[in-house]
Design a protein around this ligand. Structure first.
Ligand SMILES: NC(=O)C1=CN([C@@H]2O[C@H](COP(=O)(O)OP(=O)(O)OC[C@H]3O[C@@H](n4cnc5c(N)ncnc54)[C@H](OP(=O)(O)O)[C@@H]3O)[C@@H](O)[C@H]2O)C=CC1
Ligand SMILES: O=C([O-])CC(=O)C(=O)O
Length: 440
């Protein structure tokens, strides 16, 4: 088959030297084996540049990039195909694309999350999306595997996929950045070491978001320790509102709802107003004082206060660790579900009277929690991507004491990463019991 016959890629096909044409006997295969850069405008190819991924066939030599190439975007395989949503009857009424960047895209959580995003579970059936997947040299091949699985899933809403290892490219124009990739804490590694290694990743990604992402990008930090990583990220992105950064504590909220439902003998959709206060760590505070079951305060439904203060609280705090002991790896599917929940909570109005938890930047909070940290608190949204803190919450001595403990832990973490937040020299005096939910 003559390469030049392959519409709509005439421009690119004609640039292939004849000695390479035989390697690309199936031209679609050729596209799948390269990371292709599509040159706008208008939306779609005037030409395609292919750069070689590690261990792969040599890419064709291409002519010098035309003006505007500095805006070039990378695409993967079938997602390099030209399309026009307004031409097709079915897609005519669709909204314009949303750009979603995901780091740690070859990891376990992403392996669940990406398919949920592509299926329309988050943004709905008339919302096409772009997935921009960030990996590393270490994970590049796996990332290609992920992209291939996305190709093979034939999701109609998934219109563009690109993969890359440079956050300055991958985060270009991102409207959502789901920051999942982080080094897991290995045996013998000090928490201070983990804070530093992962902090460097989030400092760099914050800078990249600041430079190239949409000015209103919503950032969901999942990689642990997620509160402090989110703080580092937002400090390195001064041109993006700090309010746009979240640390994922929705998994903790979901775990708490499940435990209360179990104890009360109800289905978990009857549990509402569940706040997780503070750090995504074993000092987090699942708030049973303000939570409700069937609209009734939990303490009136579950009268065993000792159970609430001890067993319930500890079970939620250490759920991640128990799961690792059983499963041999940390929560991935339920974490992906909770990321979906967290995103949906920001883009759909919160049911009247209810709220959701998210780790957000403390800046004028109504509770008296120390400012300038990322702390999980009760939030409400009108569904426009933004949120407000809930004012009508109660505190008692037990709750406030616990909140102060998790706050102290976050302040200690913050001191450990002062070198990454532009606040001088780091000084690490973390409490000994500082642990991620997965550590025991
Ligand atoms: N907030 C929450 O509720 C939860 C948070 N988590 C956290 O989410 C993160 C991701 O979990 P999961 O997807 O299961 O993890 P995986 O180990 O499956 O994937 C993590 C990814 O992190 C990337 N990474 C970045 N830097 C390093 C490094 N120095 N060494 C090794 N890998 C690195 C790797 O991708 P690449 O090479 O492409 O960079 C890897 O694919 C972890 O930090 C975990 O603790 C987990 C559960 C719940
Ligand atoms: O510690 C981990 O990596 C797992 C984790 O955050 C959790 O399960 O909540």
């Amino acid at each position: 088959m003559a390469l030049a016959d392959i519409s709509p890629f005439h421009t690119r096909a004609q640039t292939l030297p004849s000695n390479l044409a035989s390697k690309f006997a199936n031209p679609l295969h050729a596209y799948k084996n390269c990371r292709c850069s599509v040159l706008p405008p208008p939306r779609r190819p005037l030409g395609i540049l292919c750069s070689v991924a590690p261990n792969q066939v040599q890419a064709p030599v291409v002519p010098a990039a035309p003006a505007g190439a500095e805006n070039k975007r990378e695409c993967f395989g079938v997602f390099c195909t030209t399309y026009d949503l307004k031409k097709d009857e079915k897609t005519k009424s669709w909204k314009s694309l949303i750009n979603i960047a995901v780091s740690g895209a070859a990891g376990m959580i992403s392996n669940h999350l990406l398919f949920k995003l592509a299926s329309g579970e988050v943004f709905g059936p008339d919302q096409p999306i772009t997935l921009k997947l960030l990996g590393s040299e270490r994970s590049f091949q796996a990332l290609e595997g992920v992209a291939m699985e996305l190709e093979d899933s034939l999701y109609p809403l998934l219109r563009e996929v690109s993969i890359g290892i440079d956050p300055y490219k991958v985060f270009q124009d991102a409207e959502w950045a789901l920051l999942i990739g982080a080094k897991p804490r290995g045996p013998g590694m000090e928490r201070a070491g983990l804070l530093d290694i992962n902090g460097q990743i989030f400092a760099e990604q914050g800078k990249a978001l600041n430079a190239v992402a949409s000015r209103n990008v919503k950032v969901m930090v999942v990689g642990n320790p997620c509160n402090t990583n989110a703080l580092i990220c937002l400090k390195n992105a001064p041109n993006i509102p700090a309010k746009n950064f979240h640390a994922l504590t929705r998994l903790d909220e979901n775990r708490a709802k499940c435990q209360l439902a179990l104890k009360a003998g109800v289905f978990y959709d009857q549990v509402s107003n569940m706040t997780i206060w503070g750090n995504h760590s074993t000092t987090q505070v699942p708030d049973f004082l303000n939570a409700k079951i069937n609209g009734i305060p939990v303490k009136e439904v579950i009268t065993d206060t000792k159970w609430l203060q001890e067993e319930f609280t500890e079970r939620v705090q250490k759920r991640g660790g128990v799961l690792i002991q059983k499963w041999g790896r940390s929560s991935a599917a339920s974490t992906a579900v909770s990321i979906v929940d967290a995103m949906r909570s920001l883009i759909t109005p919160t049911p009247p009277g209810d709220w959701f938890s998210s780790g957000v930047y403390t800046n004028g909070n109504p509770y008296g929690i120390v400012e300038d940290i990322v702390f999980s608190m009760p939030c409400r949204s009108e569904g426009n991507g933004d949120y407000e803190l809930v004012k009508e919450v109660n505190f008692d001595d037990y709750l406030w004491k616990r909140i102060k403990k998790t706050e102290a832990e976050l302040l200690a973490e913050k001191r450990c990463v002062a070198h990454l937040t532009g606040e001088g020299n780091a000084f690490c005096d973390l409490p000994e019991d500082t642990m991620l939910p997965g550590e025991q």
